[in-house]
Design a protein around this ligand. Structure first.
Ligand code: B12
Length: 213
């Protein structure tokens, strides 16, 4: 584990920021920094799951991660690619789940890669996803989920798209720490991503295919 990941795991906020600043000064990319932090915060989750950390520590790790993102977001935005908008992506964290740090990273990276993003926030009902896909004509819907109790809810959103007659018009990508090929298959999504960059590549691929049509 890197020093930065370990500092986050140990909830040493000052050290995390010292190391993030040093990395930025050394020209390390915000994406690399996020990946190291993600490694540390996964370790926090494991300590929580094994009873060595409590909810307070879980919350604190989220606060530290958000304070790191407050530093990295403007840098990501300042490096945004210029040019025409590639397409629209609707995104949100599904009903029953309030985790949003990872989703917000995806949103910012999509925006800096010339996507228009409609971010519905957290604890989003299937109906809201369906309505927004219909209204915007977005060709990609991103569902974020960090709790395995939300697998049925992701499937519910996809079933609701089918019922509304929109499933053929939109590709669905699920993302978050708990998704996998098995979850993708269960929910009926088109793709899954456990990191933001895979998600950005998927959106680019879908819109590239549309312009090639
Ligand atoms: C911080 C945290 C919290 C914070 C969240 C703060 C916030 N504003 O988000 C708080 C304290 C609120 C919280 C609450 C809870 N949490 Co919590 N939490 C975490 C923790 C430690 C880190 C999550 C995080 O921010 N990671 C950092 C980001 C950058 O990573 P990420 O979310 O995975 O996102 C990346 C990718 O997954 C991807 N991605 C994410 N979304 C999307 C979407 C799309 C479309 C795409 C393409 C990609 C993508 O891109 C991101 C960047 O690369 C995780 C541990 C873990 N392993 O993730 C537990 C964890 C998710 N929590 C857990 C639990 C159990 C809970 C609670 C139930 C605890 C409780 N008893 O109350 C509640 C649930 C509340 C609810 N109803 O949602 C469990 C879930 C277990 C499970 N498998 O179901 C975990 C895994 C911890 C554990 N190991 O036990 N939590």
């Amino acid at each position: 584990m890197t020093e930065l990941a370990a500092a986050l795991r140990d909830l040493d906020e000052d050290k995390v920021h010292e190391l993030v600043d040093a990395k930025l000064d050394a020209g390390v990319s915000p994406i690399d920094i996020i990946q190291k932090c993600q490694e540390g915060i996964i370790a926090v989750g494991e300590l929580y799951a094994s009873g060595q950390y409590y909810l307070t520590e879980l919350m604190f790790s989220g606060d530290i991660m958000q304070s790191v993102m407050a530093k990295l977001d403007p840098i990501i935005a300042s490096r945004a690619a210029e040019g025409k908008i590639i397409g629209t992506v609707v995104i949100g964290t599904v009903r029953g789940d309030i985790h949003d740090i990872g989703k917000n990273i995806v949103v910012n990276l999509l925006r800096s890669n010339r996507f228009k993003v409609i971010d519905l926030g957290v604890d989003v009902h299937a109906e809201n996803f369906v309505n927004m896909v219909r209204k915007t004509g977005a060709k990609v819907l991103g569902l974020s989920a960090l709790l395995n109790t939300t697998y049925p809810e992701m499937k519910n959103v996809i079933d609701a798209l089918k019922e509304a007659g929109l499933r053929e018009r939109v590709k669905v990508i699920i993302g978050g720490a708990v998704v996998s090929e098995a979850v993708r298959e269960f929910t009926g999504a088109d793709a899954y991503a456990t990191d933001a960059l895979q998600g950005i590549e998927f959106c680019k691929k879908i819109y590239r295919a549309c312009t090639a049509d």
